[in-house]
Each structure stands twice: as C-alpha cells, then as structure tokens.
Design a protein around this ligand. Structure first.
Ligand code: C2O
Ligand code: CU
Length: 474
C-alpha cells in the first residue's frame, strides 16, 4: 500500500519549541513513580483543519512522552491502564531485569483495564530506545501506543548543540481520517508484508518542522515505530553521519545521499552539521515506494548563526562506548539454527502449533501462518537455554518470500555474516532485517538471566507465529 502524497503544510504558522518539537519530555525520578496512562484519545495526524483521529495514547499524546534517564540510573514508571483491554510496556532495546521486560504471559501477567503495574529498572546503556505494549502489539502499537526512552550518557555528551528525536509511523486511515479498524486482523496482511499504513507522520504530525541554526551540530535520533513498514528516509542535507544503531554507538560513517533505511523497531542516531546558510531548508522525505514523500523539513533560522562547533571536525567524534558485555567467545560458542518459514507464496506445508502438527490450511484457520524451526507461536519450553555468560551464535535463514526484522530481547548482538559472507558492521544490534531468502549469522553473550523473546518486529508476523523465546540460566 503506497503512502498517500500530501500537500506540505504552509510554513510560518507553527511555533514549535526547538527542543521539544511537540514531544513533551519528563525526567524519570526514581523516588516516586512517573505515572504513565495508556488510554483512548485523539490526535491530529492529518493536515490542520482535517479531522482528528481516535487513537490509543500514552498520557494523551502521540507519540507518548519522551522518558529521559541518565545512564546507570533507575527508571520508575507506573503504568495505569485505562484501555478497554489488558496491556503491558516493553522497553525495547534495554538490557533490562527480566521481570521488567513487559512481555505478556512470559515475564508478566498483562495489566487488566483499571489496574496499574510498576516498572522499575536501571538503564545500563546510553542511547535511543523506545517503549510499547507487548500484548496484542499488532493492535495496540498500530493504535498509537509507543514513545521514546532516551538514556543520556553517564558523563553527559556535549558533542552537539541540539538533540532532536523523531518517531516515524505509518497509520492506516480511512477517508474519514479514522483508523481502519476492520483490517486489524486481516489474514491477507498477516500472511504478506504485515499491516502497512497509508499516512506517514513524524512525531505524530503531518509535516514536522525542525528549527535549526546555521553553524550548529545536530544530534538527530530516528525511530521506526511502524507495525510493518521498512522506512526509507532521506534527509536532503549534506554531511550526515551515523553514530549509533539500535542505541549502541558505532564508528561514525557518512550516509550516502542522506539515505537511511529503518525496519520496524530500529533506531539510528545521526550527527548533522548545519553547514547551509541562514534561511535555508532541507526536506525530510520517505522514498520507499519510488516516490518522494515529503514528511518534514529542517528549517534554518533566517538570520542567526552559531559558532560553538567551528571548525566542525569531520568525521564527528564517536559517542562514548556502552558497558556491553564481555567479549564474544566464538571458539566456544553454542550454535543455534533459526529457520524462518511460512507466509504467502512460501514453501511451508505444515507446522506445530500448541503441540499439534497442523497443515497450512488448519494453521490459517487459527490465525497462524509463520513458523520458526517448524513451530508457530510461543511454546512452554524455550527454543534453547544457555548458561549465563555463554556466547551464542544464531544462524538465521529466511526461507520465505518476505523480509523480516528479527528482534532479540534483553541482549544486543553482532551480525557476523550475511549470506555466508563476513558482515562489515561493527554495530551491536537488537533488531536485524533479513531480506527474502537471506541468511544471517549473529552472535551475542547470553549474560542476562531470564526468559527472552525472539520475534519478527513486523507485528502481524509476530502475532501470526513468528515468535519464540530462549532462556538464560541464573
Ligand atoms: Cu519492540 Cu518484542 O519488541
Ligand atoms: Cu516478519
């Protein structure tokens, strides 16, 4: 489904603060919980003058409030559920205490309507993370429940004049501007790419205006919260460097053409030097559907210039490293195979579901159409267990005709090989995209005890079977 092309909002009418850009921010204080209410609300996702959309929101805003914490500190959030169904919060990418991971029916009982749950955990890594429900995520995330969790570097990081976060989402709206609810559980979407939207927003807005000043250095955090769309964003500005992926610092490298692809759940941190003249502007576009969809822009102040970072060093300095686990011990690694099967136009004839072997026809009648290692959906027993500290190498093979964004909970991993070739990335990822028929070998140290999910972050694929879990012994 292509994203609709929209007219650009006329400039000048919007007075957004340079820091917040419409995202309320709040400090996470450990002494008292920060109450975060999940409930029904409304958001203006279309152009000014268009109807508001009935959504589900955290604290009534889309995206939810940015939760900011300092690395090593405690985050204490009390989820208050005023939705008509049970929910949880998962803290995506945080190497967290397992009891706080928020996975319904694996790490906690989902929170019923009218009740609360306290999430209290420390954040070991600085970087860009996010939060979202992990119960019926395919519906709850699509309805608008998500927000950013930004962990600031322990000693602070003075490398940029401005720190801006952008959450990108696609919504499937009808002509009336309301969510297309009838299509939530469509097997057609579930067995194909997942539920793609037709309306792109950045920070919940039809056109996002990012005020910048000539001469400054910007840190720009991007997060894809789409249910299923692999976003291809282009910031039409010279000199953009990627400095972190999935919250973890990487050696700075320049983006070719300002282009960055992000699959659902992935984040990047970028450094952009505002080298254009005062009064310039640069579009932020989405180009996945062979179209240039303008979603926002960097707008230079008409006259001001700042001098702080002159001369701007190129490449920009790397972010401080995070205290990621011990080195990979590849010589003594535990080997795991993970076969991704199923979906439309796939080869899968049957799979096990809740202990029964079912034909693809019978699976579909139960809303299941994907499998990992021949099993659809969650099982009582883990896919594998690892002693704490064990290096695990997972050889993943995508035997489907669809891409999948495979996400591991509680750990970050390194991509070692793609299609049998050494991978050139230094990144520690929590989500990795496997294109159709692609294979990838990843490695991580299983150093976080508990029960951790592995699933596709195309949320319909997850719901339709592409989900499993592993155990790390205490
Ligand atoms: Cu962001 Cu298990 O998910
Ligand atoms: Cu998938």
């Amino acid at each position: 489904m292509p994203l609709v092309t929209r007219r650009r909002l006329l400039q000048g009418g919007l007075a957004l603060s340079a820091l917040g850009l419409g995202l309320p921010r709040l400090p996470a204080l450990a002494a008292e919980p920060r109450i975060l209410t999940a409930g029904p609300g409304e958001a203006l996702l279309l152009e000014a003058g268009q109807p508001k959309t009935r959504t589900w929101l955290y604290d009534g805003v889309s995206p939810g409030p940015v939760i900011r914490a300092r690395q090593g500190e405690e985050v204490f959030v009390r989820l208050k559920n005023t939705l008509p169904q049970p929910t949880t919060i998962h803290w995506h990418g945080i190497r967290i205490d397992n009891a706080m991971d928020g996975v319904a029916n694996l790490t906690q009982v989902p929170v019923p309507p009218g009740e609360t749950f306290d999430y209290r955990f420390t954040v070991p890594d600085a970087g860009t993370f996010w939060y979202h429900p992990h119960n019926r995520s395919w519906e709850q995330v699509a309805r608008g429940l998500y927000g950013l969790l930004i962990v600031e570097e322990k000693e602070g990081w003075g490398g940029a004049n401005q720190d801006i976060a952008i959450v990108a989402d696609d919504w499937r709206l009808g002509d009336d501007g309301q969510l297309d609810e009838a299509s939530f559980a469509h097997m057609m979407d579930w067995s194909h790419a997942g539920r793609l939207g037709n309306t792109l927003t950045l920070n919940g807005q039809d056109q996002l205006d990012v005020p910048v000043t000539s001469g400054e250095r910007l840190r720009l955090r991007l997060c894809n919260t789409c249910n299923a769309r692999i976003l291809e964003l282009r910031i039409e500005h010279p000199g953009i460097w990627i400095v972190a992926e999935d919250g973890q610092p990487v050696p700075p490298r320049e983006l070719a053409d300002g282009y960055v692809a992000l699959s659902p759940g992935e984040r990047v941190d970028l450094i952009i030097d505002m080298t254009l003249a005062p009064g310039s502007s640069a579009a932020i576009t989405e180009v996945s559907a062979d179209q240039r969809l303008v979603a926002g822009q960097l707008t230079y102040h008409p006259t001001a210039m700042v001098q702080h970072f002159k001369p701007l060093t190129v490449p920009p300095p790397a972010l401080p490293t995070n205290p990621l686990s011990a080195e990979l011990d590849l010589a003594n690694a535990q080997a795991v195979e993970l076969l991704l099967e199923g979906g439309a136009m796939g080869n899968m004839a049957q799979a096990t579901y809740r202990g029964e072997t079912l034909s693809i026809r019978d699976l579909v009648s139960k809303g299941q159409v994907w499998a990992l290692n021949g099993t659809a959906g969650m099982t009582d027993q883990p896919l594998f267990s690892a002693p704490r500290g064990q290096t695990v190498v997972v050889q993943m093979r995508n035997d489907t005709t669809w891409p999948h964004a495979m996400h591991f909970h509680g750990h970050h991993f390194k991509v070692m090989e793609r299609n049998g070739q050494p991978a050139d990335s230094e990144a520690w990822k929590d989500t990795v995209l496997l294109e159709r028929l692609e294979s990838a070998k990843i490695a991580f140290v299983a150093d976080n005890p508990g029960k951790w999910m592995i699933h596709c972050h195309m949320l319909e694929h997850q719901a339709a079977g592409m989900a499993t879990w592993f155990k790390v012994e205490a």
